[in-house]
Ligand binder design. Structure first.
Ligand code: SF4
Length: 264
C-alpha cells in the first residue's frame, strides 16, 4: 500500500504538542477560498509548469507535486526525528489536504507509530465517514479539528461542502472522550459575524468536554501559489485581521469560558 504525500516538515512547533514531524497528505474534499496549500487539493500527483525570471532571463521548469511512499519509507523518515520527539514531548502529525482521504494508509502508519510509542496527531477537516473516523480515533492520540463556519449555507459557499458531517463527527470524537484541539480560521467578512460566533460557542458549549480553541488569523501567505498553479484566487479584497481585533475575538471566547489561543 502506498500513500501520496506532498510535503514533510521536520521540527514543526505549530501542529500539536512539542516538536513534531508533519506529514502532508495529498487530496482534500474541501476547496476553501483561503487555502494556503491549493496544490494539496487534488488526489493526483501533478506536474506543474513553472516560469520564473532570474536576472532578466526566463526560466521554465516542471515541478512535481506529490510523491508516493510506503509505510516503511515514511517510518524511516519519522524515526530520524525520534530523539526530538522524546526531548520535547512531540511526535508525528498527519495533515493535508485531508489525510483521511487515504484512511487505510493512515491507519497502517498510525499503528506503526503506536508500536514505537510515538505520539500521533491527526489534523482533519472532519468531512469523513463516521465509521472511518472512529476506527482512526482508536490509534490517534490527538486530533486537530478544523471548524471553518458554523452556518451551513456559508460553509458550502466558502468550502464547497456542508458542515453537517463535520459537526456530527466532532460530537462523535467528543463522546469518545478523544483529545481534540479545535482550529478556527479567523477571516474578516467571511466567518466573523457576531451571531455566527454566538452560534459556534453555543454548539461548543453543548459538547461533553471542553476542547481548546486555536484562532488562526487569515494571512495572505500562499496567495502567489494560485497564479502559479492556475487556480482562481477568490480572496482579493479580504484583509488580514489586525492584532487588536484578533485579541478582541480571543477575549470573547476566553470570557465565554473557552481555553483559547492565537495561532497553532
Ligand atoms: S481543508 Fe485545508 S487543505 Fe483543504 S481546502 Fe481547506 S484549507 Fe485547503
Amino acid at each position: 500500500m502506498l500513500g501520496t504525500i506532498f510535503d514533510i516538515k521536520h521540527f514543526s512547533i505549530h501542529d500539536g504538542p512539542g516538536i513534531r514531524q508533519t506529514i502532508f497528505f495529498k487530496g482534500c474534499p474541501l476547496s476553501c477560498w483561503w487555502c494556503h496549500n491549493p496544490e494539496s487539493r487534488s488526489n493526483e500527483i501533478t506536474d506543474v509548469e513553472k516560469e520564473e525570471t532570474l536576472d532578466g532571463v526566463k526560466i521554465c521548469d516542471t515541478e512535481t507535486i506529490g510523491k508516493l511512499y510506503s509505510v516503511d519509507q515514511l517510518m524511516a523518515e519519522v524515526i530520524k526525528d525520534i530523539v526530538f520527539f522524546e526531548e520535547s514531548g512531540g511526535g508525528v502529525t498527519l495533515s493535508g489536504g485531508e489525510p483521511l482521504q487515504q484512511h487505510e494508509f493512515v491507519l497502517e502508519l498510525l499503528k506503526e507509530c503506536r508500536k514505537m510509542e510515538i505520539n500521533t496527531c491527526v489534523d482533519i477537516t472532519g468531512n469523513v465517514n463516521a465509521g472511518i473516523l472512529s476506527n482512526i480515533a482508536s490509534y490517534t492520540d490527538l486530533f486537530l479539528y478544523d471548524l471553518k463556519h458554523i452556518d451551513d449555507v456559508q460553509h458550502i459557499k466558502y468550502t464547497g461542502v456542508s458542515n453537517k458531517q463535520i459537526l456530527s463527527n466532532l460530537k462523535l470524537l467528543d463522546e469518545m472522550g478523544k483529545d481534540v484541539w479545535i482550529r478556527f480560521p479567523l477571516i474578516p467578512g467571511i466567518n466573523d459575524d457576531e451571531s455566527d460566533f454566538l452560534r459556534l460557542m453555543e454548539f461548543l458549549s453543548k459538547l461533553k468536554n471542553t476542547h481548546p480553541i486555536s484562532l488562526l488569523p487569515y494571512h495572505k501567505i500562499g496567495r502567489h501559489k494560485y497564479s502559479r498553479y492556475g487556480i482562481e484566487y477568490k480572496m482579493n479584497g479580504i484583509s488580514e485581521p489586525d492584532s487588536d481585533y484578533i485579541l478582541q475575538i480571543k477575549n470573547m471566547f476566553t470570557n465565554a469560558g473557552f481555553l483559547t489561543s492565537i495561532g497553532g
